[in-house]
Design a binder for this molecule. Structure first.
Ligand code: NDP
Ligand SMILES: O=C(O)C1=N[C@H](C(=O)O)C[C@H](O)C1
Length: 233
């Protein structure tokens, strides 16, 4: 596959290494919104910045290039992107987290939320920890986890950074040098705490998941998720 890397930062470079090891060729690597011909690629992988992702994915839809986006912090525009993809007959996968481990964790989180919904004595809270260069907070993964809890648990209707409001999931976002990404969901009662946690040891799991998603998407049209790619849950 000929791959365009839209965003050639920490993730773009890790994806390049993994894509080459799986026999693919990188035909574009860019940190700019223009100055390249996207039609030279079979598939594009966007790991850029929040204010560039929407423009990048729409460019792919308009040029008939299937696109994977892992950029977080631009979800206000996700529904619009989804509609434009359908309109242009494009192919699109967005995931707040492409790693196999986190996608399993997403399923565990849903199951746990369903169980805990019946137990009023437990209150949920979340923590995410990332490296200090991260632009957005809370992380996209934390938002996905919180949205699943809201849909599976009767008590919660919203999430918020460090909130004590009723019916709101409090999320703590910590920034510590060199942390690839740690997410924890806890349920605390007066007597105990139940925690599930995922800790990424490096960026390779995210990158491998993104390349697998690109391989899966290359001949398709439509909007998909990592659940379709991994066939789990
Ligand atoms: N879904 C997932 O599994 C994962 C998602 N992420 C997300 O991916 C994104 C990138 O992460 P990471 O690689 O660590 O961040 P980096 O800051 O290392 O890389 C982002 C790159 O995007 C470049 N960029 C800026 N503007 C544009 C543009 N218009 N088009 C293309 N590229 C542009 C930046 O260039 P410059 O520095 O010159 O501005 C930079 O090189 C983040 O949103 C992060 O949250 C990260 C890991 C996993
Ligand atoms: O910026 C990062 O590094 C990461 N971002 C994603 C997110 O916001 O959830 C995924 C992963 O946790 C690493």
């Amino acid at each position: 596959m000929k791959i365009a890397l839209l965003g050639y930062g920490k993730m773009g470079k890790t994806i390049e290494k993994i894509a080459i090891s799986r026999g693919h060729t990188i035909v574009i690597k860019t940190n700019d919104e223009d100055g390249y011909d996207i039609t030279t690629a079979d598939v594009a992988i966007d790991f850029s910045v929040p204010n560039a992702a929407f423009f990048n994915v729409v460019k792919c839809f308009k040029n008939g290039v299937p696109v994977i986006s892992g950029t977080t912090g631009w979800l206000d525009n996700y529904k619009k992107a989804e509609a434009l993809c359908q309109e242009e007959n494009g192919a699109f996968i967005y995931a707040s987290n492409f790693s196999l481990g986190v996608n399993i964790f997403f399923e565990l989180n849903k199951q746990l939320a369903k169980m805990m919904s019946k137990l009023e004595s437990y209150k949920v809270s979340m923590e995410e920890i990332h490296h200090t260069q991260k632009l957005d907070a809370p992380s996209g993964t934390a938002i996905t986890l919180a949205e699943s809890i809201i849909s599976e648990h009767n008590t919660y209707t919203d999430w918020s950074l460090l909130s004590n409001k009723e019916n709101t999931i409090p999320i703590t976002a910590k920034r510590i040098e060199d942390v690839s990404g740690t997410h924890a969901v806890s349920y605390t009662s007066k007597t105990d705490t139940i925690t599930i946690e995922h800790e990424a040891h490096n960026r390779e799991g995210f990158a491998l998941g993104a390349v697998i998603a690109a391989e899966w998407l290359q001949d398709k049209t439509g909007v998909y998720t990592m659940k379709d790619v991994l066939n789990i849950g």
